[in-house]
Design a protein around this ligand. Structure first.
Ligand SMILES: *Cc1c(COP(=O)(O)O)cnc(C)c1O
Length: 421
């Protein structure tokens, strides 16, 4: 007997009919993202195409291994998808080798430790309290427990990275791995200076561009790729893709990196995310993406300038990238209550430590703001100036409820004019 040819799949049962409780929560989240001005520096709005790819049926498949060398049959199409993602990443960033499988930024970073280090080896990286990342050797992270991480911080005078100090620490501690990159530093990095320090002490240079990868892709930030042995990045921050990560490296490190990701740390890749990364990179290769990247920087600068006019102190005095770190100490208000008040006013931010913060990380003295999400929605300098005005109004009113309510109606009205993807 022959099986009938199925020409149409049965009507898909929608989430709202099978699980109304969850559907309602997700619909409410859509509304939240639409109605509020999102200023979390690590967030964005992925396009409809990226979300479609990330929800595609390729998620149903197992693909341990790499294209052409898998442990399962049925890889005809996923191999092509992964090869497309890799080829686009190589083209976009000019990298010799790319691994698109890390599940997120933290596992991508851990893969670098696994690839190049033995437990207990010495690493030199930026300290968390000055804008580094947990995976750069914080004691709370596996990276700080299994490796001997020495930290550099910012210059106490300028609050900028001081390359002479990093060099001194490198000469003193002879790290095997030198890490550049950050989550809360608003200036560009001098990758040539990092390269020279790494060469002097024979260290591997890793650049973690998780935050500013979109700016690099769009030409609004220098690229670390020509300088670093290995570059890690998330795909969901300024790059505007699905939640995932990539590792870019020199060809000589390719085998080590691939082995560290699989089988070193992970099993099967998230194929739908690989597909969505491929589409993200396709978007990032288009000329409009350069406009977006440049606008991210212009918008962050407009926000910083507006805040300075209102008497706010910006760490390093401004920004060269997509983020602004506000030191609130001269305003006599802490980061956490302000972030909570701003959220009620329709301005979503996060409290953040500032360098040499005298308050604990649970209630630090800073506020971190970022431009990528609202730049994606079409905000320009004028809208970011208004954001600065609203923040000042809330602060100057001492977080007064009536003022917060008034600002909330104004922020929502502005959002209504800028559709979300
Ligand atoms: C966000 C970030 C990461 C980690 O990314 P996750 O996807 O949250 O694990 C790593 N490094 C830096 C510098 C980051 O900003």
């Amino acid at each position: 007997m022959q099986y009938p040819v199925i020409t149409a799949t049965p009507a898909a049962a929608s989430l709202s009919s099978t699980d109304p409780q969850l559907a309602a929560l997700l619909a409410a989240e859509d509304a939240r993202q639409h109605d509020k001005i999102r200023l979390i520096a690590s967030e964005n709005y992925a396009s409809a195409a990226v979300r479609e790819a990330s929800a595609s049926r390729i998620t149903n498949q197992y693909s341990e291994g790499y294209p052409g060398a898998r442990y399962y049959e049925g890889q005809q199409l996923v191999d092509q998808v992964e090869r497309v993602a890799i080829a686009r990443a190589k083209m976009l960033f000019g990298a010799e080798h790319v691994n698109v499988q890390p599940h997120s930024g933290s596992p991508a970073n851990l893969a670098i430790y696994l690839a190049f280090l033995k437990p207990g080896d010495t690493v030199l990286a930026m300290q968390l309290a000055h804008g580094g990342h947990l995976t750069h050797g914080s004691k709370a992270s596996i990276t700080g427990k299994y490796w001997n991480v020495v930290h550099y911080g910012l210059d106490p005078e300028t609050r900028l990275i001081n390359y002479a100090t990093i060099r001194e620490l490198a000469l003193q501690h002879r790290p095997k791995l030198l890490i550049a990159g950050h989550s809360a530093y608003s200036r560009q990095l001098d990758f040539a200076a990092f390269r020279a320090i790494a060469d002097e002490v024979g260290a591997i240079l890793m650049v973690d561009m998780a935050h500013f990868a979109g700016l690099v892709a769009g030409g609004a930030h220098p690229s670390p790729v020509p300088y670093a042995d290995v570059v890690t990045t998330t795909t969901h921050k300024s790059l505007r893709g699905p939640r995932g990560a990539m590792i870019l490296c020199r060809a000589e490190h390719a085998a080590k990196i691939d082995k560290a990701v699989f089988p070193g740390l992970q099993g099967g890749p998230h194929n739908a995310i690989t597909a969505a990364i491929a589409t993200t990179l396709h978007e990032a290769l288009r000329p409009e993406f350069a406009d977006y990247a440049a606008q991210c920087v212009a918008n962050a600068r407009a926000l910083a300038a507006g805040l300075i006019e209102h008497g706010f102190e910006i760490v390093t005095g401004g920004t060269d990238n997509h983020l602004v770190l506000v030191d609130l100490r001269n305003k006599g208000i802490a980061g956490k209550p302000l972030a909570a008040a701003l959220d009620r006013a329709g301005l979503v931010t996060n409290y953040n430590a500032v360098p040499w913060d005298d308050q604990p990380p649970q209630n630090p003295s800073g506020l971190r703001l970022g431009s990528p999400s609202m730049t994606t929605r079409g905000f320009r300098e004028a809208e970011f100036r208004r954001i600065a005005d609203w923040i000042a109004r809330v602060v100057d009113a001492g977080l007064d409820d009536a003022v917060i309510a008034q600002v909330a109606t104004e922020t929502q009205a502005l959002c209504a004019r800028f559709p979300m993807p």
